[in-house]
Design a protein around this ligand. Sequence first.
Ligand SMILES: [Zn+2]
Length: 216
Amino acid sequence: MSTSCYCCDERAIGQGDHVPPKALFQSGTFATLRPIIVPSCTTHNQAKSSADEYLKFILTSVAEGVPKDVRGGTIRSVIRHAKNPETSLHRFGMERTQEGLTIGKTAPVDEDILDEALGKVARGIYYHHHRGLRKLTGTIVVHPIFLGIVNDAPPEIHKTFENICKLMDEDMRSSQVHGEHQDVFKYQVFDEFDHIRINMVFYRSKSVLVIKRQSD
Ligand SMILES: [Zn+2]
């Protein structure tokens, strides 16, 4: 019996995909540490996607904009950030303009590509976490917390953002965190009765929350 893809029913081909993408790790990492590799079909093979490089670009670009004292507790910092409209997004190296979210006023963030790349990591991690017995399919919502929030966002958006940050913060403090290379990537998976929740942290401080509602 052939294995199927980590996120669809197609037959898996080739060597499978690294989760997260190999591009995020220093070269030589896997000489000593085991990578997470999931079976993938032609369509979902990350090697064919430019989204991985883009993800790396965004994560490392933002990393430069994050002060050292924020790195240890980005989530808390982001909560404070969300509460205080006077605080500038510049701390995160980000700015929201009419053209969209930008890094240092130069490169607009393509949120679709970013969502796609982060969504793939979440689906791969979910499959791996359940040893290939479950797949995360259908609609998911990606919250790239590390991008921060627009200062002049409506109060309800600030509230939602704040709740998301709190939820993830509580998870990280109260439940086991997985990952063999936690300097680069760590994660948590929660199967709740009405939703699936995946917390991911890149480079110790870039938090992303992915949610799948069971009704979607
Ligand atoms: Zn597939």
